[in-house]
Design a protein around this ligand. Structure first.
Ligand SMILES: [Zn+2]
Length: 65
């Protein structure tokens, strides 16, 4: 018994949105460091709203560097 393959099965790759959404703190910037800290705490507490807030703030931070 063989099933004809009409369509090649492409591997399903789930986009890792975590990396996209989370900017990395800039080295030597206390503001970014603080945001990263608060973000970690918020994530540990399941507060995704604060996590997102921190990410937005951090993403904007480079403008001020
Ligand atoms: Zn910064």
């Amino acid at each position: 018994m063989s099933e004809p393959r009409t369509y090649p099965s492409a591997p399903v790759v789930l986009p890792d949105r975590t990396n996209e959404l989370e900017p990395t703190p800039v080295d030597g910037c206390l503001g970014c460091l603080e945001l990263a800290k608060v973000r970690d705490w918020a994530r540990a507490g399941g507060d995704m709203t604060t996590v997102t807030d921190c990410n937005v703030l951090m993403a904007r931070h480079p403008d001020g560097h």
